[in-house]
Structure formats: C-alpha cells, structure tokens
Design a protein around this ligand. Structure first.
Ligand code: ATP
Length: 335
C-alpha cells in the first residue's frame, strides 16, 4: 500500500483532529503517504487536497474542529458525483480512503464503493453518538462535558432565583447527550426523542411534575433537559406552554453549536487515537466496507450498513436511574 487518503465529513466533532493525527502517524510508521481531502466529499469532487506530513499534525490533538474542514455535499450523492470522486481517487493512485463522519458519511462511503474499487473505511465522528456498533463516537464525551458545564452554570443562577429552566441540547434523533447531561447535572426532568417516538410530551404531566416538585421541596430551582426538535414549536414555545399551565416562570436556554466546539476531552482523544491507528492497520490487511469502532474495550469492524440499519439504544440502566431512582416526585413517598 502506497497512499491513503483521509477526509472529515458531516457535522464536525471534537477529536476529529486527533483521528487525523493518528491516521497520519500510523501511515507514516508503515511508510505510507497520506493525502488529506478538504471540505468532506467536496474535496473528492474538486480534487482539493494536501499531502499531510507529520509536521502538519503537530499540536492538533488538543484542537476542536477539523484541520481538513468539513462540509455536506449534495453533488456527491448522485451517480455522476460518485463516478467523479472515483475517477479522482484513481487519478491520485489512492489505495484506501478513511472517512471520519456520521452515518450520512457512511452512506456516502457505500455510494462511493459502487464506483471505486479501493478500500473504504470509516471512523465514527459525531457528537450525537447515534452510530450503531460502537460504544461511543469521537466527540461524544466532549459534547457531554460542554453541555454539562453550561447546565451547571445555569443551575447556579436558577438556584439563586429559584427558577425553572428548560435547556435544549443537541441530538435530533438520539438522546445520548441529553440523558448523560441530565444524569450528570442532576436535572429534575429529561425529554429524549427515544421516549416520544409516537407521541409528543404530555404538557399536563410535565406541568404536574414541576408543580409537585415545588410542593415537595418548596420553591426551588428545576432543570429540564430537552433534546432538540422534540417539541414542534421549539423549547421557547414549550417553556411558554408550561408557564401558562403552571403560572411559574419557565426560561428556555438553547445551548446550540457550543456543544460542537472546544478542545476534546481525554476520552475522545484516546478513542480517536485507537480508531485512527486501527483503521490504517485494517486498510493494510485489505479490509474495506467497514467502520472501525470500539465495543467493550475491543476494536470492532462493523459493516457500514450495520451502523445505521439498527438504531443504537440508550443505556437502559442510565435511563432507569434518571427516570426512577433520581426522580424526586416518584421518590417523594419514601422516607
Ligand atoms: P452528522 O450526523 O454529525 O451530521 P453525517 O455524516 O451523518 O454527520 P450528513 O450530512 O448526513 O452528516 O452526511 C454527510 C455527507 O455524506 C452528505 O453531505 C453527503 O455528501 C453524504 N451522504 C449522506 N447520505 C448519503 C447517501 N444516501 N448517499 C450518498 N452520499 C450521502
């Protein structure tokens, strides 16, 4: 194997740089040249790339974002786009392509495989942790900590004024960040997409929970963590509806893109380093069509289709303790 290419695609996630660094250093260890395509699949279509030397990945392990930039690319999803990308990879004599991204990027990987016979491997890079076959994705641990730090700050002011806050966190289709941040922050309530697949959250029971909490504890702060897009009108509207039902001031906070940035925490750097090196080793032994993940401290090779065919489940025990053991209303009858 002479030449490996790497790109980052879809939503950026802290730790993508650590993964790029691992791919570059592992490739050089084996005497393989590395091409970094810029702006995700756009780079493949436009032949926008750079040769990555070891010096290019100095001092990037601690940086959020991605030095290769990321993007979404509609043109790539067509047959014409796939063919163009394949021709460009062939022209550069690339033996293997490593795609760091989410499940959309892995669908892109399968699409490309229809037109290109080189090896294609994926690394799970998304803060949402919604990729089946790996315990965690690169960026997830940092996103939890970022959300948590913000929620802790809101809690301080909520406590001082005994206020109710609804805090919207990222995770349109998956509640991993929401559940972890809720448990870690001691949130009184959490609304996750997995809990409302067929129905909307019931306003009366949410309002009742707030009112009962205030009855049990007296006027007190109350934090509700809400995954984005659960409520049709958004968290502002939900806060408004709850205010109308309870008569209590409910304030919304949208954390937004701060959750995507920042220096990766150690767990994301470790995960990215292991996955990046393993991907290069796997490519050298002829593996293709797989995402590299980690499960129970073992490196795993997951066929691309399996990463999205089955929805990844939330940790049931974590959900249980948040919704049962730590629920102050359910706990109110106990001594
Ligand atoms: P995140 O979940 O963090 O947003 P992602 O990788 O899922 O990351 P997407 O925007 O879904 O992000 O996908 C990234 C890119 O992958 C798209 O812009 C497109 O170029 C390509 N892609 C997505 N789905 C397909 C598909 N079905 N066929 C071909 N290419 C696809």
């Amino acid at each position: 194997m002479k030449r490996i290419a790497v790109l980052t695609s879809g939503g950026d996630a802290p730790g993508m740089n650590a993964a790029i660094r691992a791919v570059v250093l592992a490739s050089h260890y084996f005497g393989v040249q590395v091409i970094g395509y810029r702006h995700g699949f756009n780079g493949l279509l436009e032949q926008e790339y750079q040769i990555l030397q070891s010096s290019d990945v100095n001092n990037i392990i601690q940086r959020g974002g991605t030095i290769l930039k990321s993007a979404r690319c509609q043109a790539f999803t067509t047959d014409e786009g796939g063919r163009q990308a394949a021709d460009n990879l062939t022209a550069l004599e690339i033996d293997a392509l490593i795609i760091i991204g989410g499940d959309g990027s892995f669908r892109g990987a399968v699409h490309l495989g229809r037109f290109w016979s080189g090896k294609i491997l994926g690394l799970p890079g998304t803060i949402d942790n919604d990729i089946n076959g790996t315990d965690a994705t690169i960026g997830y641990y940092t996103a939890i900590d970022t959300a948590l730090e913000s929620i802790d700050r809101v809690r301080d002011t909520a406590d001082a004024f005994e206020r109710i806050f609804l805090i919207e966190v990222m995770g349109r289709h998956a509640g991993f960040i929401g559940l972890s941040a809720a448990v870690c922050s001691g949130a009184e309530q959490v609304l996750l997409p997995e809990l409302f697949t067929d129905n909307l959250p019931d306003l009366d029971s949410l309002a009742g929970h707030i009112q009962t909490a205030q009855k049990i504890r007296g006027k007190c702060s109350y934090i509700m963590v809400v995954s984005e897009n659960i409520w049709p009108g958004g968290v502002m509207d939900l806060a408004d509806q709850l205010h109308q039902r309870t008569g209590i001031d409910c304030r919304p906070v949208i954390l937004g893109h701060v959750q995507r940035g920042g220096s990766p925490v150690s767990l994301d750097r470790i995960l990215a380093s292991k996955l990046g090196v393993y991907a290069v080793e796997a490519a050298r032994t002829g593996k293709t069509g797989i995402m590299i993940g980690e499960h129970n401290q073992q490196m795993v090779e997951v066929p691309f289709q399996d990463t999205w065919n089955q929805a990844k489940a939330l940790d049931p025990y974590l959900l249980h303790i948040q919704q049962e053991t730590f629920d102050l209303v359910k706990n109110s009858n106990n001594p």
